[in-house]
Design a protein around this ligand. Structure first.
Ligand code: ADP
Ligand code: NI
Length: 219
């Protein structure tokens, strides 16, 4: 199989595996992250097969739906990649990226023992999908699913990075902007990631301003 065929085969596998998943982590999330990945990779010197496969497989099993088990995803991805028979070095790299992608991981160990340009590309691509118009839609989708309030002025969002609140993760959805979404811009690694994040960040700020105006009955 050539690289294009490997990617096609992976797309088919992921679409099928995610066909019943919830809106925030469905195939379309993967498709957007894959597109962002290819866009970012254009300006970086990276192994395009590795970033493509990592983007496609990064949410193959969400720990939230597997009792917090963070290993199921990488294991599933590994089993699938073994069947594809790609070189071991590339396979290991893809699995390492999947293991080290999450925002939580970055918080727990800012000096992660694993790092690569390919990880940066896919992580930026995934983070972009938590920002901007799509990011807002995903946040309220998540909040609705979890039965959260939209906003509560008495549970004020902490304007600074609030690790405890992020871990507790029970507040109104607007708080999530301050606990995660507005922090993502400064965590971008790549040139294209930074540029796209800038625009999406501003869109979220505009959204919040409008939201508070409407909340407070401003004309
Ligand atoms: P990711 O897929 O980016 O690793 P998560 O699995 O944590 O992130 O979350 C999936 C989506 O749900 C993201 O868009 C994220 O911002 C959103 N989300 C996560 N936690 C919350 C929350 N407490 N309130 C609102 N949205 C959330
Ligand atoms: Ni993701």
């Amino acid at each position: 199989m050539n690289d294009a065929e490997i990617v096609e085969e992976t797309i088919t596998y992921v679409r099928e595996a995610l066909k019943d998943s919830e809106g925030g982590h469905d195939w379309f999330h993967i498709q957007r992250v894959f597109r962002n990945t290819l866009l970012i990779a254009k300006d970086e010197e990276v192994d395009v097969l590795v970033v493509s496969l990592a983007a496609l497989l990064h949410d193959i099993a969400d720990p939230k739906f597997h009792d917090g088990n963070e290993e199921i995803g990488p294991e599933k991805a590994s089993t699938f990649l073994e069947k594809l028979k790609i070189p071991e070095g590339q396979r290991d790299h893809v699995i390492k990226i999947i293991r080290h992608m999450s925002f939580k991981n970055t918080l727990d160990s800012p000096k992660n023992p694993f790092d690569s340009k390919e990880l940066h590309v896919v992580r930026d691509a995934d983070r972009l999908d938590a920002m901007g118009a799509i990011g807002i839609a995903r946040a309220f989708n998540f909040g609705g699913f979890a039965g959260r309030k939209l906003y509560d002025p008495e549970i004020a969002p902490n304007p600074k990075m609030d690790k405890a609140a992020y871990k507790k993760n029970t507040g109104p959805t607007i708080n999530h902007f301050y606990e995660k979404l507005l922090l993502l811009k400064d965590l971008m690694h790549t040139k294209t990631g930074k540029r796209l994040a800038e625009r999406r960040h501003q869109f979220m700020l505009d959204f919040l301003e409008e939201f508070y105006n409407e909340w407070n009955g401003k004309a």
